[in-house]
Design a protein around this ligand. Structure first.
Ligand code: AKB
Length: 316
């Protein structure tokens, strides 16, 4: 059967690359990208629609027009922006999800992907190798909305048989599209600033370890989860997943292997520090390994080399 795929929120860091990967896999015309505004990196390859996920009427029209077999819902407000606009973050992250889940039942969508985040963990969760199941007391509106979203996804699976699949993404590092409004964004900004000016003023402290994942691994993992036979999936809330954990100081050391003059300084009192301090240092993703063969390929030095090689072209 031909897949018809709709990506909602396709202009962002993950959507941009997921769209390319899905179009390569299923054909450009089979993948509809959509977002609240036109893409900054125009992609003339396949259909694109302007969609506000909170506008149920136009969402309905989108589902009627394309009758998707798979939906990827990526529209969300991330942790740092969410703290500036808590009411809007809750609205977008929760009501956007509910709109898509309800329409997916109505239109018999076969599979839905919805990203959760390490932000579902909080100050009382175990910090190191945080397990799939533990105390979860997120204290950002983003984390609270993601945890509520996970519970709703599992509920729709149990109650309506909706095949929703999800990953708790750590920080995603990539060079094509910029991340927006996250706490882990420093690990992308640092590469741009290193190449532009040999200096980066980091908003997190030197010893703040966070779990991260390279975009190539994130895309491969997402597609692997979506391809996995339903019977193999023991988790219908969201899978823990990780690539590598490191601190800003360690990343700066890696960058200095290529740019010896690079200097990092640290801004104190940034509100994102408190968010990072409430999150795990590292993640245990045993369940993803066991259920659908998860295995990251990029370590920190490979990420650093790949980021610098690709971004060098941009700043040449
Ligand atoms: C953020 O920093 O808000 C995101 C995330 C870890 O979900 N990158």
């Amino acid at each position: 059967m031909d897949e018809r795929i709709v990506i909602i929120g396709s202009n962002g860091q993950i959507g941009t690359e997921l769209a390319t990967a899905l179009r390569a896999k299923f054909g450009a015309q089979q993948v509809v990208t959509s977002d609240i505004r036109e893409p900054q990196i125009p992609d003339s390859e396949g259909p694109f629609e302007i969609i506000d996920v909170l506008d149920r009427k136009s969402l309905h029209l989108l589902f009627t027009k394309y009758r998707p077999t798979q939906v990827y819902l990526l529209a969300a407000m991330l942790s740092a922006t969410g703290e500036k606009h808590p009411r809007q973050a809750w609205d977008l992250n929760i009501n956007g999800l509910l709109n898509v889940l309800d329409l997916s039942i109505e239109y018999n969508v076969k599979r839905i992907f919805w990203p959760s985040s390490i932000a579902v963990f909080g100050p009382h969760s175990p910090k190191t190798n945080t397990p799939q199941y533990s105390v979860m007391d997120p204290n950002t509106v983003y984390g609270i909305s993601k945890l509520a979203g996970e519970r709703i996804c599992e509920y729709y699976f149990n109650r309506y048989g909706l095949d929703v699949r999800s990953i708790r993404y750590p920080g995603i590092i990539s060079w094509k599209a910029a991340p927006g409004g996250g706490t882990t964004d420093y690990a992308v900004h640092i590469f741009h600033e290193a190449l532009k000016s040999n200096h980066y003023a980091c908003f997190l402290a030197p010893d703040t370890a966070l779990p991260m994942l390279y975009m190539d691994d994130a895309i491969r993992g997402t597609l692997a989860l979506m391809d996995a036979p339903a019977k193999n999936l023991s988790i219908r809330s969201s899978y823990n997943l990780t690539g590598v954990s490191f601190t800003p100081a360690k990343l700066a050391d890696e960058i200095r292997n290529y740019l010896p003059e690079f200097v990092i300084t640290y801004d104190e009192n940034d509100p994102r520090q408190a968010i990072a301090d409430s999150w795990p240092n590292s993640i245990d993703d045993t369940e993803a390994q066991r259920d659908w063969g998860w295995n990251p390929r990029f370590n920190l030095s490979e990420i650093t080399a790949d980021m610098l090689t690709n971004l060098k072209e941009k700043y040449r």
